[in-house]
Ligand binder design. Sequence first.
Ligand code: PMP
Length: 307
Amino acid sequence: MSEIRAEKVWHNGELIDWDDARIHVVSHSVHYGTAWFEGIRCYKTSRGSEVFRLPEHIRRLYDSCRIYRTEIPYSREAFQEAALQTIRANNLEACYIRPIVLRGLGAIGVSPRPTKVESYIMVWEWGKYLGEEALEKGVKVCTSSWNRAAPNTFPTIAKAAGNYLNSVLVKMEAEVRGYDEGIALDAHGLISEGSGENLFLVRDNVIYTSQLVHAILPGITRDSVLTLAAELGYTVKEQALPREMLYLCDEIFFTGTACEITPIRSVDDRPVGAGVRGPVTEALQEAFFEIVEGRVPDRHRWLTPVR
Ligand code: PMP
């Protein structure tokens, strides 16, 4: 991964220098995880730089804040434009966009209501999350000993900083045990998702993925893959999935802004199918990349031009 750095950061409507994008240690979010964020990719397409599903990501940011009674003092359209402005200010072509809304200074009690709402947008150059090779060869994963949060504890529809304590446990455990990533089960032991990715399973050409009630983040790549899979004529089932399905599938893959569509070659040291990327995964990758690279027209209007 290249160094995370750029020239300018957007803060509450102004562009500031990267090194000035600091918060005070007494900020509410530092103590209680009260921040909501997004991860968005800007692709270099054949037409120029374009952001993938920007309105959907900004909508999810507003939804996350809404769950936590946090009002962002800008319209969604203005926030989208701010993201584009930040990319232009940093002269980037392909990049990762990280908007974050956090509860700042004003109180150190548990209620964030007296604290200031601070909005930031960072952008930086970023490569493939699970490595360049992962897209073709696939990654090695384990089921985690950590489960995702039970219903009505930490809302997983919100992309809240605090939720990532669970992801941190899943990811670190996987790394320490020699895997690339971990798959967490929900509180009932049913398949949920990776530490930062949604999960798809394929058996007999039918595609399966967990429903929102299984403590998943409603991924925007997941949504895109559901659309592409239907277009390619696959049967897709959103349903409860028992853990042992992981050992019986022909193919499994992760989806996410960072990992895009990444095949899984083994789960708990058992090869998935033939232990290599399968044809359904490859077909979906091709359908996805031909759109984000601008090799075909943007028929779903998923891309927003930067300039
Ligand atoms: N689940 C979790 C926990 C995540 O952090 C992410 C990444 N945002 C995803 C799923 C995938 O979501 P998206 O496709 O919107 O990036």
